[in-house]
Design a protein around this ligand. Sequence first.
Ligand code: S3P
Length: 437
Amino acid sequence: MTKLLKINRFINPFKKTIFVEGDKSLSIRWVLISSLSKRKSIAFNLLKSEDVMSAIKCIKILGSKVNFKKDRCEIIGTGLKYNIKKKITLNAGNSGTVARLILGLLVNSQKKIKLIGDKSLSKRDFSRVTEPLKRFGAKFDSERKTLPINILGIERPKSINYQELRGSAQCKTAVMLAALKSHGSTFIKAKKSRDHTELLFDYLKLPIKIKKKQDYDFIKIQGTKKIKSLNYRIPGDISSSAFFLVLTLLSKKSRLLIRNVNVNPSRTGVIKILKKMGAPIKILNQKKYKGEMIADILVKSATNLKGINCPEKHNSSAIDEFLVIFLVAAKSKGISYFKNLSELNQKESPRLKWASKILNLIGIKNVVTNSSIKIYGNPHHTTTNTIIIKDYLKDHRIFMMSTVAALTFGGKWKINDLNSINTSFPSFLKTLRNIEK
Ligand code: S3P
């Protein structure tokens, strides 16, 4: 039985300051990269969500030692090579990032390793990473595109030339991790996507060179023998912040300050898009931390939102935030159009499809295709409908989007699955209660 959240009210005006939990992309990368160093790495504010725990369980099975202390997590890794004696199974749970990045790490595993995941992850495409990894020399024992997958690495992976044209940071990073373990130089032409791995490699002084052009980055990585320890303080997650940004924008007479958020430009598409729609959002106290940008975000209730034809150039940097951006479009004056978003249907659930269904349930006209959605906004729209949100493959972001919609559009909502927030933002409901206090 899935756990249900019932909401039958609008949110009251609020003026608050909050912190959100650690960035998921950076937390997973810290765990996986630290596992490659034989020295002790320490992270503060590591996100303790199910996705990150999946990464930790995987590296422990591969031989790393992990220790949680009161305020920190410590990892002593295996180095770049594994010493696996028997056939093992790794479980990535719900996380596409863990599964795809781990496959990159396994390019030099000397034993066959089975990778599995939950029902949602087992529906997702893995050929996008197995194809380049085959070229490094890894073997997969079938032509399967979905989990479970068996991988057998090779002692001396070959370096490759690779083009990542989807704008997927997961594919780019899987290849970058494999490149570290290979001989010679790997060249990657990558459509712009989040660049946390590049910044971490650079901070660790790994042999990486990057040329940034308008739409693509050109990355050269040489294989290496040793990785230093990685001490890191993980900033707040902008993807988690986005739910509260939109909650504030669509609430009456409210104001929210979200402190210490990662505002890396490759992640701030949501802010750029919302500002274009007329959202009063300010970035304050910006500072640099180990290559990343961190800031406080101030947001107020919006009074004058307008629909947009969303520029495609923001798609990758807002990919996890479109669900809530669609809610803002629904409360904006005029029509909004979002296109070239077929990747949204490749996430934890087919999000473009479910977003359209949820907008229909709220009573917002929209026209959806496999890769686009047109939303007919209405700033005054509210609903009294009874709305039941099924557990769409337990998609955490569908749950949080629905919660924000319930509190700002009205109606009688029953939203599954409450436990899904543990994937990325375990304190989501606690943070909401604090705002409402
Ligand atoms: C992520 C990359 C994105 C994003 C996912 C996290 C990452 O996926 O949707 O939530 O940490 O690299 P894609 O690389 O498939 O676009």
